[in-house]
Design a protein around this ligand. Structure first.
Ligand code: FAD
Length: 543
C-alpha cells in the first residue's frame, strides 16, 4: 500500500489501538504494533514530528552525562540500541566521533550523585570533574553497550591536528569517543511510513478532541484542520502526546493521574560552519553543564543545548536571546574565533516532556521513560519521557504492557527490520550515490548524496525513468524538483512548504523567501484536491 495515503476507514469495526500523537514515540509504537498484526490508527494534531521530535540535538547516544546521575539502565539500553538503529537506517543515521577537550576548570553539576560521592571521599576536589573520572566514564561507555561497529575511546593530542585548530591554544589534550547522528524528523516520518505500510491509518492535522471509555472500548472523537470531525472505536488508547501527555489525560480523556510531566525547554543555535573536519565537540562548562558543537548540513555548525523550565504548554518554545547568548559564550570560551550574534543563521527550540521525579533542577530531571497503564477493560497506556534513541525499545516495552489484552499479537520484530529506504549496508551510502550518478548522469554528486541521505534506496524510485533534468519537472532551487515534492506529498504526508523545508529536509536553510513561497504554492496546489488546502505556513528562518 502506498504510504501517505491511508487504507479505508475501519467503518463500524473497532480498532485495536488508537494512538494520540505523531512524534517519535507515537509513530514508533504505531509501526511496531501494525507489524504485529494489530489494527492501528494514529492522530497527530499538526505535522508528524512537528513538536519535540524535530527539535532534538539529533543524537543516538547513550548520554555520557547521565552516568553522573547513575542512570545506568537508561545508558546501557541507549548504548546497545545505537548499533541496532544504525543498521536499520544507514541513510538517515551514521556514526560520529566526539572530541572532549580537557582542562582544569571542568566542574560537576553539584546535584549529581557522582559529584556528591566524590565530594565526600575527596573533599579537596571542590566540585571539579577530574580527567581520570572522565576516562572512567568513557571506559564504562565503551563497555556497557556491546559495541561492535563503533570505534572505542582514544586519547588525542590536539597540537598540530585538525581537531585542535578551531580551539584555543590552551587545549592540548582530549578524549575522543563514539556516538551517532540521526535526522530526527525523518526518523519520525519513516516510522509513520513503516506503520502505514503495515496497514496503520496515519492522520495528520487531526486533533483528538475527546474520548469516552466504554465497558470494552473507547469512543474517540477527532477534528481535522479542514473542520471535519470523525469518530473511532478502539480497544486501547496510547497517549503519546509528548509535552501534552498530562493535558490529554486530564482534559481529553478525563482521567486523574498521579504521574506528571516536567516541561524542560532546550534550544539550539545554527551558525556558518566553524571548522572543516567532520567530528563533533563535547564541551564542558564551568557551570557543570555540557554542550555539543556538531557539523550540520554540510555548511553549518549546530550548537546546543540549554535546559530551561518551560512555563506553559501554550507558549511556543523559542530560543530566547539569553539562551542564544549563553550558547555563544559557552562555545566561544573554547574557540580561537568567538561566535558573534550575527553569525547565527537559525535557531530552534523544543520542550522535553520529562517524567517529573521531583529533581530540583531541569538539568537533573530524569531522562528515563515511564509507561503508565490504566484500566483492566478498555486500557489506556500513557508515555512519559523517552529519548529518540530509545524509541524502538520504548515501543517494545509499550506493546509488552498491553500484550495481555491482545493474546494473538505477533512477536517483537523491529530489531532487524530496516526503515523504508534503509535496506542497504551500513557503509553503503557512497556506493548508492555513485550508482545514482552513473545511472542518471545529469544528477551531480552533491545532489545524489543528499537524496541518499534523505531517502536511501527510495532515491532510485524518486528518480526512476529520468534521463535528463527536465524529466524531474519544475526546478525550485537547491536541487529540489517537482518529482521530489510529489514523492513527499504522496508518501510522507507533506502538506505545505514548512513540512518539506524544515522537517522532511532542512533545505529551509538554503531557501530565499520567494523560493520557499513557490514551493508552498506548488504543494498546496497539489494537495488541494485531497486536503482542502489546510494549514498555514508558520515556521521559517527565525533569525
Ligand atoms: P513529541 O515529539 O512532542 O510528539 C507528541 C505529539 O503529540 C506532538 O506532535 C503533538 O502535536 C501531538 N499531540 C498532542 N496532543 C494531541 C492531541 N490531542 N491530538 C493529536 N495529537 C496530539 N533524545 C535523544 O535520544 N537524543 C538527543 O540528542 C536528544 N536531544 C534533545 C534535545 C532537546 C532540546 C529536546 C527538547 C529533546 C531531546 N531529546 C533527545 C529527547 C527527544 O527529542 C524526545 O524525548 C522525543 O522527541 C519525545 O517524543 P514524543 O513522541 O514523546 O513527543
Amino acid at each position: 500500500m502506498g504510504s501517505g495515503s491511508n487504507p479505508p476507514d475501519p467503518g463500524g469495526d473497532a480498532l485495536d489501538l488508537f494512538i494520540i500523537g505523531g512524534g517519535i514515540n507515537g509513530c514508533g509504537i504505531a509501526r511496531d504494533a501494525a507489524g504485529r498484526g494489530l489494527t492501528v490508527a494514529l492522530a497527530e494534531m499538526n505535522d508528524l514530528g512537528s513538536a519535540t521530535s524535530s527539535a532534538s540535538t539529533k543524537l543516538f547516544h547513550g548520554g555520557l552525562r547521565y552516568l553522573e546521575y547513575f542512570e545506568f539502565r537508561l545508558v546501557r539500553e541507549a548504548l546497545k540500541e545505537r548499533e541496532v538503529l544504525l543498521l536499520a537506517m544507514p541513510h538517515i543515521a551514521w556514526p560520529m566521533r566526539f572530541v572532549l577537550p580537557l582542562h582544569q576548570q571542568m566542574r560537576f553539576d553539584s546535584e549529581t550523585p557522582a559529584s556528591r560521592l566524590l565530594s565526600l571521599v575527596m573533599p579537596w576536589m571542590k566540585g571539579r570533574r577530574p580527567a581520570w573520572l572522565i576516562r572512567l566514564g568513557l571506559f564504562l561507555y565503551d563497555h556497557m553497550g556491546q559495541r561492535r561497529l563503533l570505534p572505542p575511546t582514544s586519547a588525542l593530542d590536539l597540537r598540530g591536528r585538525p581537531e585542535g585548530e578551531p580551539l584555543k591554544q590552551e587545549f592540548v589534550r582530549a578524549y575522543e569517543y563514539s556516538d551517532c547522528w540521526v535526522q530526527d524528523s525523518r526518523l519520525v516520518v519513516l516510522n509513520a511510513r513503516g506503520a502505514a505500510d503495515a496497514g496503520a491509518k496515519i492522520m495528520t492535522r487531526t486533533r483528538v478532541t475527546q474520548a469516552e471509555r466504554g465497558v470494552t472500548h473507547w469512543t474517540i472523537h477527532t477534528k481535522s484542520a479542514d473542520g471535519s470531525v470523525q469518530t473511532f472505536r478502539a480497544r486501547c488508547i496510547v497517549n503519546a502526546g509528548g509535552p501534552w501527555v498530562s493535558q490529554v489525560l486530564t482534559e481529553t480523556l478525563g482521567i486523574d493521574s498521579a504521574e506528571h510531566i516536567r516541561l524542560v525547554r532546550g534550544s539550539h543555535i545554527v551558525v556558518r560552519k566553524l571548522y572543516d573536519h567532520q567530528k563533533c565537540y563535547f564541551l564542558q562548562g564551568t557551570d557543570g553543564r555540557i554542550i555539543f558543537l556538531i557539523p550540520y548540513e554540510d555548511d553549518f555548525t549546530l550548537i546546543g543545548t540549554t535546559d530551561q523550565d518551560h512555563a506553559a504548554l501554550d507558549e511556543k518554545p523559542t530560543c530566547s536571546e539569553a539562551e542564544a547568548d549563553y550558547l555563544r559564550t559557552f562555545a566561544s570560551s573554547y574557540l580561537r574565533k568567538p561566535i558573534a550574534k550575527e553569525d547565527i543563521v537559525w535557531t530552534y527550540s523544543g520542550v522535553r516532556p520529562l517524567y517529573d521525579d521531583g529533581a530540583s533542577s531541569a538539568t537533573a530531571a530524569t531522562r528515563e521513560y515511564v509507561l503508565s497503564l490504566d484500566g483492566n477493560q478498555a486500557p489506556l497506556l500513557s508515555v512519559f519521557g523517552g529519548k529518540i534513541t530509545t524509541h524502538r525499545k520504548l515501543a517494545e516495552a509499550a506493546l509488552a504492557k498491553i500484550a495481555p489484552f491482545f493474546p494473538t499479537m505477533g512477536n517483537a520484530w523491529t530489531a532487524r527490520a530496516p526503515l523504508p529506504g534503509g535496506d542497504f549496508p551500513i557503509d553503503g551510502a557512497v556506493a548508492l550515490a555513485a550508482g545514482i550518478c552513473r545511472d542518471h548522469p545529469f544528477v551531480d554528486e552533491a545532489l545524489a548524496r543528499r537524496l541518499v541521505r534523505t531517502y536511501g534506496t527510495d532515491a532510485r524510485r524518486i528518480l526512476s525513468g529520468s534521463k535528463q533534468a527536465s524529466d524531474l519537472g519544475e526546478d525550485f532551487g537547491a536541487g529540489i524538483t517537482a518529482r521530489e515534492l510529489d514523492w513527499t506529498i504522496g508518501r510522507e504526508w507533506v502538506r505545505n512548504a514548512d513540512d518539506f523545508l524544515w522537517r522532511r529536509t532542512k533545505l529551509g536553510l538554503r531557501m530565499l523567501p520567494d523560493q520557499a513561497q513557490a514551493i508552498d504554492d506548488y504543494i498546496r496546489h497539489k494537495c488541494r484536491a485531497v486536503t482542502g488546502g489546510d494549514a498555514t505556513m508558520s515556521n521559517s528562518r527565525s533569525v
